[in-house]
Design a protein around this ligand. Structure first.
Ligand code: BTN
Length: 323
């Protein structure tokens, strides 16, 4: 076992009492400087210690870590998340998910990471993924739908996420076309849907979901300060990430079932009810180039319909441009 883990074990077994640096160094056969260095490293990982001279160290708080046990205990779904893999660090959970599908992963397979070194967002952007603070996960779905219905899934996932999030912040959360979740105008979550298909057949999609859960303002780089937020910043309390993930999977499984039974219409209505884009004047890239108009509704394929100034309507499939 690594020295850091052994220090933690000793402090945990003291049940909240102090353990002196001397005791730690003797039990573990290392210098007191080594103990001090590892305590410093653990603090950077989110552990909180009280250190008092002549008494030693006391473990006050452990970082909120995701464990498979906590996830399994909260899981109420039949398929989604039933196969799950938890990583400490990956480049991107999307990459891991694609690789697992190549190896035969089934529908519902979920990959979660505490940290991503190359988390990616839509339109080639990076997704800020600090350790232990957010939810970074990718879910494998294998719906039997025509290829051109794939955009509907993005909206479906956004509705499930929005419904989950409203359990924490009520109706302050809304969906910005196509799948950004905003709380009072600041982005708290994003969805990246990547699909693999040939000809007209959709093989599978990987729904990548990034959520600002327990980040504080200092966890964001300066360029995100005005535009991003987290559930913790909005509610003032630390959120149990395992409980959130399981609540989300339950919402998604319910809506996914509804979608297979009744088609896109009910999802469309739910998306529209939670949208913060409808009725607004927006700019987007359409097949014909950049267009500006009023966002009116979602069409049957999942495209956003814009009413242009000349009265015509055009569908938009990509994200909105910031204006
Ligand atoms: C966006 O809003 O641009 C989409 C962000 C999607 C981020 C998530 S985090 C988990 C998964 N892995 C990634 O590399 N990206 C997605």
């Amino acid at each position: 076992m690594a020295l850091k883990q052994r220090i933690l074990e000793l402090l945990r077994s003291a049940g909240g009492d102090f353990v002196s640096g001397e005791q730690l160094s003797e039990s573990l056969g290392v210098s007191r400087t080594a103990i001090w260095k590892h305590i410093r490293a653990l603090r950077e990982e989110g552990y909180v210690f009280e250190a008092v001279s002549h008494r030693g160290y006391r473990l006050e708080q452990e970082p909120n870590r995701l464990t498979a046990a906590a996830l399994i205990a909260n899981l109420s779904t039949n398929v989604l998340g039933r196969q799950l893999t938890l990583f400490d660090e990956v480049d991107s959970t999307q990459n891991v998910a694609h690789e697992l599908v190549r190896q035969g992963a089934e529908e519902g397979t979920l990959i979660i990471a505490e940290q991503q070194t190359q988390g990616r967002g839509r339109q080639g952007r990076a997704w800020h993924s600090p350790k232990g603070k957010g939810i970074y996960m990718s879910l494998v779905l294998k719906p039997r739908i025509p290829l051109h219905f794939t955009p509907q899934l993005t909206l479906l996932v956004a509705v499930a996420l929005c419904r989950t999030m409203s359990q924490y912040v009520g109706d302050r959360v809304g969906i910005k076309w196509p799948n950004d979740l905003l709380i009072d105008g600041r982005k708290v979550s994003g969805i990246l849907l990547e699909s693999r298909a040939d000809d007209e057949r959709l093989h599978y999609v990987v729904a990548g979901i990034g959520i600002g859960v327990n980040l504080t303002a200092e966890d964001y780089p300066p360029e995100l300060h005005k535009v991003a937020t987290s559930l913790r910043m909005e509610t003032g309390v630390e959120i149990d990430r395992a409980a959130f993930i399981c609540a989300f999977l339950a919402e998604l499984e319910e809506l996914y079932g509804l979608y297979h039974r009744e088609g896109f219409a009910p999802i469309q209505a739910l998306w529209e009810a939670r949208s913060v884009s409808l009725g607004k004047r927006v700019t987007a890239v359409a097949a014909t180039g950049t267009i500006t108009g009023v966002a009116e509704r979602i069409d049957d394929s999942g495209a956003l319909m814009l009413r242009l100034d000349d009265g015509t309507s055009l569908p938009v499939y990509s994200g909105l441009l910031e204006t």
